[in-house]
Design a protein around this ligand. Structure first.
Ligand SMILES: [Zn+2]
Length: 317
């Protein structure tokens, strides 16, 4: 038996965010600044809304609680609209769960597929926690390529790499099933076409399919390896360029060569790690959520070998 969860409503393609009928008294939550979001709101033609723009990247539970207190019982908020990157959407997901108010998620940076998934990252006592709950699913997810132009190249490149890693790791995951594999395969094909043949307008749709695919299976060794680099300040998507390449080689993934070519096209530099490999492996090994779903078993020696391949043998050369 397999179970697949998706948002109640998925609206995508050109003008998706413009034509959507937003409920009156929506609360738009964003991490961006008025010069940027005012243009977005004009485009969306949203009326009668409140805006909360004090959400910060890597949102803490205190932010969620602050928003709840600011509006609960005072303004009759009918829906939350998460507009922006993963952080804006994560705040909405958590708020929606604790208040029961519907949530509409609109990604403006494409790659995480967060608008499709049951995952949210919220910090508790300064520690990021990856949470999963069916209540985090969007009531509506709106994927519109309108928001893509103007995204700095570095952000776009990191997001594109994340989406490709998620699609291909999700395909290989032990939790995969025929439905998730269908989505992961299609997502990877579209993302590859977008990157290799310079068609960036395809990225949002590819990332969306990847979100459905990996969100109902899991990511694996590539993501497990990447967090020690993230902990040293390297962006998530950039860490995955070398980590997922090496993981795919270890797993003999059908996506190894294609993923590597994508990373070469995006011109990622090799990664460095400050801490000793043995110490990093000790941080990685307890990450059972990723490692247990890897298609083949992984020992600490395997992890050290992979890290050595990442740091000392430029896997993208
Ligand atoms: Zn990821």
């Amino acid at each position: 038996m397999w179970k697949v969860l998706t948002p109640r409503k998925i609206v995508f393609g050109e003008n998706a965010a413009k034509k959507f009928e937003y409920p009156k008294n929506s609360l738009v939550i964003t991490t961006t600044t008025p010069d940027i979001y005012n243009k977005w709101l004009d485009y969306m033609e949203i009326k009668n809304y409140e805006i909360y723009d004090k959400a910060t990247p890597d949102p803490a539970i205190e932010t969620v609680e602050a928003i709840r207190q600011e509006y609960e019982g005072k303004k009759n908020i009918s829906a939350y609209v998460g507009l922006g990157g993963g952080s804006s959407m994560d705040v909405c997901k958590y708020l929606g769960k604790i208040t029961g108010i519907p949530k509409i998620l609109i990604p403006t940076t494409f790659g995480t597929g967060a608008e499709m998934t049951t995952y949210a990252v919220i910090s508790f006592e300064h520690k990021k926690k990856l949470l999963q709950d069916e209540a985090f699913l969007a009531d509506a997810a709106i994927v519109d390529p309108y928001f893509l132009p103007g995204t700095p190249f570095n952000i776009m490149r990191n997001s594109a790499c994340d989406a490709c890693a998620q699609a291909s790791e999700g395909y290989d995951s032990k939790l995969g099933n025929p439905f998730t594999k269908l989505f992961c395969r299609e997502a990877f094909d579209i993302l590859e076409d977008a990157i290799i043949n310079d068609k960036p307008s395809l990225l949002p749709y590819g990332a969306m399919l990847s979100g459905i695919g990996f969100g109902n299976s899991s990511t694996t060794l590539g993501h497990a390896l990447s967090y020690v680099f993230s902990n040293e300040g390297i962006p998530h998507g950039y860490s995955l360029s070398s980590c997922t390449t090496v993981a795919h080689k270890f797993n003999r993934s059908i996506y190894y060569e294609r993923f590597k070519k994508i990373c070469q096209k995006l011109k990622f530099d090799p990664l460095k790690l400050k801490q000793p490999l043995d110490q990093a492996a000790d941080v990685i090994m307890p990450d059972r959520g990723h490692l247990d779903n890897n298609p083949i078993p992984v020992t600490k020696q395997d992890v050290i070998k992979c890290l050595d391949g990442i740091v000392n043998q430029n896997p993208l050369a």
